[in-house]
Design a protein around this ligand. Structure first.
Ligand code: RB5
Length: 148
């Protein structure tokens, strides 16, 4: 099981917590992003790499951490087949997997903090996609209308 994780400078501690959790659970982990001050990264540069790895199936799942999680998700969701969810609470963690089959979990370290990111990611990992009626809805996500 391969996962790819990335953060900018605002999400280093959360990314490290997520890496620890995944390694404890036996995942092979690829990690992108700065290691600490004064190193910085622009969140889109990281999110592009993570989304590309997930949609190519090189990685089964991705985790992205920045200040809010928002810029990471905005970037990752530009890719057809990427389903990046900004997760702020246990219900969102569960539903983004159960109903949306999210394949990239995005977190805001400045919103929830590193320890909560670990707990929310655990919920995300423990929740399977329910399939059934949700399959056709998830397929519709990639039907882009008005594409150039
Ligand atoms: C960095 O200061 C911050 O803008 C970034 O981490 C993120 O919150 C963007 O969505």
């Amino acid at each position: 099981m391969k996962a790819i994780l990335g953060s900018d400078h605002a999400g280093i501690a959360g990314r490290k917590e997520a890496v620890r959790l995944l390694r404890e659970r036996g995942w092979e982990v690829q990690e992108l992003g700065p290691e600490g001050d004064p190193e910085k990264a622009d969140y889109p540069d990281i999110a592009h790499q993570v989304a590309q790895s997930v949609i190519s199936t090189e990685s089964e799942m991705g985790v992205l951490v920045c200040g809010t999680g928002q810029g990471m998700a905005m970037t990752a969701n530009r890719y057809r087949g990427a389903r990046a969810a900004v997760i702020t609470d246990p219900f969102t963690a569960e539903m983004s997997r159960a109903h949306n089959d999210a394949n990239i979990a995005c977190f805001g370290e400045r919103v929830v903090g590193a320890e909560t990111i670990r707990q929310l990611l655990a919920k995300f990992l423990d929740t399977p996609f329910e399939e059934g009626r949700h399959m056709a809805r998830v397929d519709k996500i990639d039907q882009v209308i008005g594409e150039a």
